[in-house]
Design a protein around this ligand. Structure first.
Ligand code: DGP
Length: 116
């Protein structure tokens, strides 16, 4: 059983967060430290620590992250101009919270992808 992080408390609404979407599989909320006008984290309700821990049984949930990202991008008004979806993995990937999360970032030109 993977260890819970602060994100599980957000899912259960035990601590405050600006939740913009929730269903049986995923929850989306605004990042506490936004790096762009729109910065939303989309996470599975189930604890999956990193991309390395994703299994075939999680494929529906992982797909949901993308369909919810698409829906939220439209709602945020950033779909046409474009946006970035980002998932960090482990130390070198810059992951801080060990509950897998997709960053949806947009609302300004983001420049080239940073790789180092
Ligand atoms: P990463 O570096 O990919 O693990 O990103 C973690 C993100 O999570 C970071 O952008 C800040 C955000 N974050 C961390 N703790 C909280 C929190 O308690 N609430 C919210 N809304 N965001 C958080």
């Amino acid at each position: 059983m993977a260890e819970e992080t602060i994100f599980s408390k957000i899912i259960r609404k035990e601590i405050p967060a600006d939740i913009v979407y929730q269903d049986d599989l995923v929850t989306a909320f605004r990042d506490i430290n936004p790096r762009a006008p729109s910065h939303i984290l989309i996470i599975p309700n189930k604890v999956i620590p990193t991309v390395n821990d994703v299994t075939e049984a999680d494929e529906l949930t992982m797909g949901r992250l993308f369909t919810v990202a698409q829906k939220l991008a439209k709602e945020e008004g950033i779909a046409e101009d474009g946006y970035r979806l980002l998932v960090n993995c482990n130390t070198y990937g810059g992951q801080e919270v060990y509950h897998i999360h997709m960053h949806l970032v947009g609302g300004k030109p983001l420049g080239p992808l940073l790789v180092g």
